[in-house]
Design a protein around this ligand. Structure first.
Ligand SMILES: CCCCCCCCCCCCC/C=C/[C@@H](O)[C@H](CO)NC(=O)CCCCCCCCCCCCCCC
Ligand SMILES: Nc1ncnc2c1ncn2[C@@H]1O[C@H](COP(=O)(O)OP(=O)(O)OP(=O)(O)O)[C@@H](O)[C@H]1O
Ligand SMILES: [Ca+2]
Length: 508
């Protein structure tokens, strides 16, 4: 054994055995590593120890190892040092509040939790309070008013993006109330939530889990919770006429994704495949919608939506763009005197208007709606898909599933923004409408009448907003990004480790 090596933060280094093979085993702060070596005499066994092993495609598994060593005293030193190190890690949760949606995805939430997750939490000595939800918004309302949050180190949801959204709404609301802030004001600087949220994926899309962990696997997510990972995330607030509607963390989509969601809600009984049916149907329907989008481009940030680089664990773009009080005013380009910076306006006919606050990667589209979007940079990528042929729209959609750039098409544009507004054409002021009619002449007037007349079977004037899988009640909205408002038990997607053994142990 070498003495405590402070500069390298090495605490113990010994030759130990696993079965008949000898290893050089070292313990530094919170990291236990072992490398094979040539060997020697009689060995005493430690207790079996659990650790995290990295597997293919970002999956983690819990493995166990039993070391043996030649003298009992050294054995005790090792057991003591490891226990001391584990106790010193304050980021690991000890008490969790868990909500299970028994009806999410393929309705396997309860089984997944009991069989795959609960045994791991028990092994890691995490105490849990489990609530199986009885109705929609049960978890949200419980968090808003009833939950004794001081008793917990984190909140976990077992379900899909909709269930995660409930937790986010409950926690953000509660945090703002505790800080005496007004969630109805779109200009309020909101207080970040202190409790981290864990997601055990058991839904239909699970894009938040996929885009923050790299896989939808309950065991991997449970292990990220156990080791106490932390990943901040941006949240958009959505208002209509200065009234709060909802928060969004992944996709806020009008047109195609709004229509897919509306149609798929009637097919919930089908499970996850409902999205494919409704997707095909809405693709064939090919509706476009008219309206005005205004946005505030992100200023003073690094990165663009067309970057080849991706947001990964320890992302430097997120670190650079994260909130620093001195930079905030510049980033939002707005000040207390009501100077609203350089708002830009685009009027047109759109097949889809999408805002992606993160990549929205999911099994259907492993690179996501906006592959270069960042989890915690304080911006959202506003994607405008203008009216085009079905063939062109299919080209755009297909590019979500291959290596080609879905933005490199002349009917698609993408802007990295901190705030945007949308006004459907028919909601515009009377004077705006009159101006349009004058500009566009008689043909437009007849088009207008036709659109307002349901019996003629023409395209509808309005779509709905798909807000993380929920339908918004209004179409005219004001959206603002709140940098790092929440934190997840995750670390972002890890780059594959090219030169390292896939097993990079970390005791649990
Ligand atoms: C030809 C294949 C093209 C495939 C294109 C796939 C693009 C998929 C992009 C998925 C983006 C998901 C963003 C995440 C949104 C979540 O907050 C939300 C809640 O869970 N999920 C959905 O709204 C669920 C949204 C699900 C949308 C599914 C859309 C499926 C489109 C199918 C089009 C078929 C055309 C075929 C023509 C022959
Ligand atoms: N006990 C319950 N009964 C009915 N609905 C519930 C219950 N608990 C939660 N919900 C609602 O079910 C909706 C869908 O749940 P969830 O997000 O878990 O699955 P999903 O929709 O299949 O997956 P995804 O959101 O990933 O597409 C959520 O909006 C949530 O509010
Ligand atoms: Ca972002």
């Amino acid at each position: 054994m070498t003495p405590m090596d402070k500069p390298n933060r090495l605490l113990l280094l010994s030759e130990l055995r696993v079965r008949d093979t000898a290893y050089n085993v070292s313990l530094s702060r919170s990291l236990l590593t072992w490398k094979r070596r040539a060997s020697s005499p009689v060995y005493h066994p430690f207790r079996p120890m659990s650790y995290v092993e990295r597997c293919q495609q970002h999956r983690w598994r819990c493995a166990a190892v039993t070391f043996t060593c030649p003298d009992g005293g050294l054995c005790q030193s090792w057991v003591g040092a490891i226990a001391e190190q584990l106790a010193a890690i304050t980021s690991r949760p000890r008490r969790l509040l868990i909500y299970i949606n028994p009806y999410g995805g393929k309705r396997q939430g309860g089984r997944v939790y009991e069989q795959k997750v609960a045994p791991l939490f028990a092994q890691a000595a995490i105490s849990t309070h489990v609530i199986v939800t009885e109705h929609a918004n049960h978890a949200r309302d419980h968090l808003r008013t009833d939950a004794e949050l001081k008793k917990y180190d984190g909140v976990v949801c077992v379900g899909g993006d909709g269930m995660f959204s409930e937790i986010v709404h409950g926690l953000i609301w509660r945090t703002q109330m505790d800080s005496s802030l007004d969630p109805n004001s779109p200009d309020e600087t909101l207080t970040s939530c202190s409790l981290r949220i864990g997601i055990i994926p058991a839904g239909s899309t699970d894009c938040i889990c996929f885009a923050t962990v790299g896989t939808n696997d309950p065991v991997t997510s449970a292990l990220h919770i156990i080791v106490g990972d932390s990943q901040p995330m941006d949240v958009c607030s959505i208002h209509h006429n200065n009234t709060f509607l909802r928060y969004s963390v992944s996709l806020l989509g009008y047109g195609f994704y709004g229509d897919v969601l509306t149609d798929s809600e009637r097919k919930r009984w089908m499970g996850p495949v409902r999205y494919d049916f409704s997707g095909l149907k809405m693709f064939l329907t090919h509706h476009y919608y008219e309206g005005t989008v205004s946005y505030l481009p992100a200023r003073g940030v690094v990165g663009t939506p067309r970057d080849a680089a991706r947001c990964r664990s320890g992302c430097v773009v997120c670190q650079h763009n994260g909130p620093k009080p001195s930079e905030r005013a510049e980033k939002y380009e707005t000040d207390d005197c009501g100077n609203d910076g350089d708002w830009r306006t685009i009027r047109g006919k759109f097949l889809a208007i999408n805002a992606a606050s993160m990549s929205c990667a999911c099994p259907r589209s492993p690179k996501g709606l906006s592959p270069a979007a960042h989890l915690a940079d304080g911006t959202t990528d506003l994607i405008l898909v203008r009216k085009c042929s079905r063939f062109d729209f299919l080209r755009h959609l297909l590019r979500h599933t291959n290596k080609e750039d879905q933005f490199d098409l002349n009917f698609v544009e993408v802007h990295r923004v901190v705030r945007f507004r949308f006004m459907p054409r028919h909601c515009q002021s009377d004077s705006d409408l009159e101006l349009d009619l004058l500009e566009n002449g008689k043909r437009q007037i007849f088009g207008q009448i036709c659109r307002d007349h349901p019996a003629c079977g023409c395209a509808p004037a309005y779509s709905s907003w798909n807000c993380d899988g929920e339908i918004l009640t209004h179409t005219a909205i004001d959206v603002r990004v709140h940098c790092r408002l929440i934190k997840l038990f995750a670390r972002g997607i890890e780059e594959p480790q090219v030169f390292e053994d896939l097993t990079n142990p970390c005791a649990i």
